[in-house]
Design a protein around this ligand. Structure first.
Ligand code: IMP
Length: 205
């Protein structure tokens, strides 16, 4: 596979201090996960559910790596607020289009940090009576985990750093980078009016 070097991403490249996971590493792991899902769900038609927008890249590559015939649907949420009393509260701004009662649901997520967002969403989906509900997550950070979420498929463990790329954003930038990189402090602060963790300021994922 031909890698896209960091420097072709012009102004975005200057904001990345280092590449943590290369494009080739991501693509190879996603293919392995796709093969495992194809084996485990053989003879069934699972519904892959993703949360917009961060999961778009992972979902697209994963679907191409899956050799059975899954269905796909998306939800969208607004992130929880900075107020610690509200943490874990996620507002659904777009619901699934298909009913999932009696279906085998595989929840596909880009990143788990504290686990609060996913925990809320899994509770919501479980209440709809799926035949099974499993989790497939590409990136995990374990340092700030508040809720243990067993995931059947996992990609990479990340250090406790704010990362961007492959769908992960900082204020809607950097999603298009095909690798995962650490954001330089100046870029992190320049875009954050408050200086707080940007993804925990509300707004969409
Ligand atoms: P949670 O803390 O597990 O509830 O994660 C909340 C959300 O924060 C994730 O679904 C991501 O959208 C976002 N997030 C967490 N860590 C990062 C990061 O390093 N970069 C970009 N987004 C992140």
């Amino acid at each position: 596979m031909r890698e896209h070097p960091l420097d072709i991403y012009e102004e975005q490249a200057g904001d990345i201090s280092r590449v943590l996971i290369t494009e080739a590493e991501i693509q190879s792991r996603v293919r392995e996960i796709g093969q495992a899902i194809s084996r485990d769900y053989a003879g069934r038609r699972p519904v892959l559910v993703g949360v917009l927008k961060g999961v778009l890249f992972f979902m697209a590559d994963l679907l191409c790596a899956i050799t059975i015939a899954p269905e796909v649907d998306f939800i969208a949420v607004s992130s929880y607020s900075q107020d610690s009393r509200d943490r874990g509260f996620v507002r659904l701004v777009k619901d699934l289009e298909m009913p999932i009662e009696g279906r085998h649901v595989l929840f596909v997520e880009d990143i788990i940090d504290t686990g609060l967002t996913l925990n809320y969403l899994l509770r919501t989906l479980r209440a709809r009576g799926p035949a099974s509900l499993e989790v497939c997550v590409l990136f995990t950070k374990n340092r700030h985990r508040l809720i243990d979420i067993p995931s059947r498929y996992q990609g990479f463990e990340l250090p406790d750093r704010f990362v961007v790329g492959y769908g992960l954003d900082h204020r809607e930038s950097y999603r298009n980078l095909p690798f995962v990189g650490e954001l330089k402090p100046h870029a992190f602060q320049a875009n954050s009016e408050s200086g707080n963790m940007p993804h925990k300021n509300g707004g969409s994922k």
